[in-house]
Design a binder for this molecule. Structure first.
Ligand code: HEM
Length: 236
């Protein structure tokens, strides 16, 4: 698999097949999200919701397959050794762009899950079309506790599986801890967000636009990274 991904690409002369396919897919997913924004703007709630679901599922499948196939993140694979430009450009342009990109991707993934759940909670079906319902949207103290305990329980079960069946490394345990910790953190932050933006519909529109802007920036930073690595400063 690794050898196939390292074959010459089809977009830029210096690109690899892995880089080209992953860039094209990233392009398609972000564009799908932006088209879904267009549907929401035209008040086509159902089309918006369906396209968001399709793009999210394919994006998550792609992420898992991509990281599984390439084993390591972009930094290790295409960082220093893949960059053929001057050190100054590497330090002042390439690395900040790539770091911003990775931060935005992480944020974008977290926000996609958050918005998906918020979208279902904040909307209702009227004559077959999803519409946002105005009014306060709050998680009750009881539901909050149930969700938190469920996260804790799932982490515990996963931890047992990792220790007894997979004999997982310390790194894997920490990574899973961070994933469950992030989920718990987002659920807790929701309590604060509820105070700032109590109206569910308004919350969906404001945070949704923020999320869409993140996707736009992801598109820009991934294009910049791709261009620098494979078009402007390919490895010599
Ligand atoms: C990643 C997930 C999502 C994002 C980023 C997102 C983003 C947005 C944005 C930005 C708007 C406002 C458009 C505008 O006025 O600029 C919006 C509206 C809306 N969203 Fe979402 N959304 C997501 C998921 C969902 C889901 C899962 C549902 C339904 C189950 C949903 C239902 C709606 C509805 C009904 C509207 C109102 C459309 C109208 O104005 O009539 N969204 N969304």
């Amino acid at each position: 698999m690794k050898e196939t991904l390292e074959q010459p690409g089809f977009l830029a002369t210096a690109g690899t097949l892995g880089a080209d396919v992953s860039y094209l897919l990233a392009l398609v997913f972000t564009l799908l999200f932006l088209v879904a924004w267009g549907f929401a703007k035209k008040a086509q709630g159902t089309k918006h919701h369906k396209l968001i679901l399709v793009s999210m599922v394919s994006m998550v499948v792609y992420f898992c397959a991509y990281y599984y196939a390439r084993q390591l993140g972009v930094l290790a694979f295409e960082g220093k050794e893949g960059f053929g430009g001057p050190q100054e450009v590497y330090d002042n342009v390439f690395l900040p762009t790539l770091t911003t990109h990775l931060v935005l991707v992480t944020l974008g993934l977290i926000m996609a899950f958050y918005m998906l759940i918020e979208g279902f909670r904040a909307s209702e079906k009227v004559n077959g079309e999803y519409v946002l319902k105005a009014g306060e949207l709050k998680v009750s103290a009881k539901t909050f506790k149930i969700v938190m305990f469920a996260i804790l329980g799932l982490w515990g079960v996963n931890q047992l599986f990792l220790t007894l069946v997979r004999h997982a490394s310390m790194g894997a345990n920490i990574a899973w801890g961070l994933i469950f910790g992030t989920i718990a953190l987002v659920v807790s932050i929701e309590k604060g967000i509820e105070k700032l933006l109590p109206d569910g519909a308004r919350r969906h529109r404001i945070l949704g636009r923020g999320t869409m802007i993140i996707y736009g920036l992801i598109l820009i930073t991934s294009t910049m990274t791709y261009l620098m690595l494979y078009v402007i400063y390919p490895a010599k």
